[in-house]
Design a protein around this ligand. Sequence first.
Ligand code: FEO
Length: 170
Amino acid sequence: MNSEIESAFNEQLNAELFSSYLYLSMAAHFESQNLKGMAHWMRMQAQEENMHGMKFFDFINERGGKVTLAKIKEPKTEWSSPLDVFEDTCAHESKVTGLINGLVDLSLSEKDHASNGFLQWFVTEQVEEEATAQEIRDKLKLIGDSPVVLFMIDQELGQRPAPATGAANA
Ligand code: FEO
């Protein structure tokens, strides 16, 4: 892999680990609000982001590059409501989609077909990540300030299964 791709992939590894850290911070926030289902959902999301990071970690190594870990930015720690958290989740995933698209553009301009093939998994994954976050955000928008429905959504989000461990190598 050339040095430009290596550096960009290392940056994306850092961005995925930051995503994990951000969602873990959201999990901590929900724990503090006693919204256990939402806290669980965010904890699963944090695990998934860690797997995304590890995909970059493994790919950089497989292609003969060097993984260089950098400082992970401090995440936000306070939100005004569950809706505020999921608004941030949507905005964050949309930003990540932009980063992945930027890497796809780079792989094309560098004619790096292996990297391009690797990134296609992320292109598809981002469609799902954005759709899921938007669906939850839209539900939270609809309920207004109904505590009963908030309780039901919390129960529902608490059912999220753990991400498949095999996904790290998919
Ligand atoms: Fe790794 Fe949520 O994108």
